[in-house]
Write a protein that binds this ligand. Structure first.
Ligand SMILES: *Cc1c(COP(=O)(O)O)cnc(C)c1O
Length: 295
């Protein structure tokens, strides 16, 4: 496991001073070569539960393209735990990189119909006895335990920020940031019209915590969709900041921030934090030469 008391690197963004914006990036992409970004922190309490209770297996749910599936497989393998991934939909004839990587980390993959998945039905092989010896993690690590890991990470940071921005999938990371007591927390949804997010995030907030703002206009067509403008932005962002990003999540976050900075959304006294949630391995699905940095 990584050292959860170590502060991940913070990198300032001098490029944005010309827009009168002071900002830094919390480089969660740099905490571990395989389990990158927010995933270790969302898994923290589930993994600790397995270790404390002596349970030997992690069971989790996800789509065939989910970073959470690979991260869980890799983390379980590092800790000597068995892992099982219940994957939505039929087994693809040509499995993508996520499934290949997860299987490479020893995860047992079980494919279920979309209906069974929606009902959170477990495959018959997973009987009561097996369940008693397993920690079950909801899809995408969504839940209070996931949010708590992120909240504890935010509490390590040595400075206060006036705004904290992150990309949003399930909303667990966003809720964890808000629960740390941070001010002006803004999430950038990477899905098109995912209006269920408000309820999903609200369910994870501690009493007295203000609902973070969620921006819905930076999806670039929807989950894992991209446009030429987004790819061009990723290359320009890397040239300006030397920070690589992924096209599914963090490019949409940084694009939103870039636009806000150029529109003078922030005041010169503000101190903005952007949370880099990792996901760079997702760029491997892009044709070679698309990006001006190695994925
Ligand atoms: C999983 C993931 C997210 C989404 O985090 P949530 O807590 O589900 O909102 C954001 N960025 C990257 C790179 C991810 O892999």
């Amino acid at each position: 496991m990584i050292d959860f008391n170590e502060i991940p690197p913070l990198q300032s963004l001098p490029f944005y001073t010309k827009f009168h914006t002071t900002a830094s990036v919390l480089r969660l992409d740099a905490v571990h070569p395989v389990v990158t970004g927010n995933k270790w922190y969302k898994l923290k309490h589930y993994l600790q539960e397995a270790q404390l209770s002596g349970k030997k297996e992690i069971i989790t749910f996800g789509g065939a393209w989910s970073n959470h599936i690979v991260a869980t497989a890799a983390a379980a393998s590092l800790l000597g735990l068995k892992s099982t991934g219940i994957i939505r939909g039929e087994e693809p004839r040509n499995p993508g990189q996520v499934l290949l990587d997860a299987a490479g980390y020893g995860m047992q993959l079980m494919f279920t119909s979309r209906e069974a998945y929606r009902e959170k039905e477990l495959p018959l092989e997973i009987d009561v006895l097996r369940m008693q010896n397993a920690v079950v993690i909801p899809e995408g690590g969504y839940g209070p335990a996931g949010a708590r890991g992120i909240e504890e990470l935010l509490q390590l940071l040595p400075q206060e920020f006036t705004h904290i921005l992150c990309a949003v999938g399930t909303g667990t990371t966003l809720a964890g940031i808000a629960n740390s007591g941070a001010k002006n927390v803004i999430g950038v949804s990477v899905m098109k019209n995912n209006m269920d997010l408000n309820v999903a995030v609200a369910r994870l907030l501690k009493p007295g915590i203000t609902m973070p703002e969620i921006r819905h206009q930076f999806h670039f067509g929807g989950y894992a969709k991209k446009t030429e403008a987004l790819i061009n932005f990723m290359n320009a962002w890397f040239a300006d900041t030397r920070i690589p990003c992924d096209f599914i999540y963090t490019a949409k976050l940084f694009y939103a921030f870039d636009q806000m900075a150029r529109e003078q959304f922030f005041c010169p006294e503000d101190n903005v934090l952007l949370v880099h949630t990792g996901g760079l391995q997702g760029n491997r699905s892009l044709p070679k030469g698309t990006l001006n940095f190695d994925p």
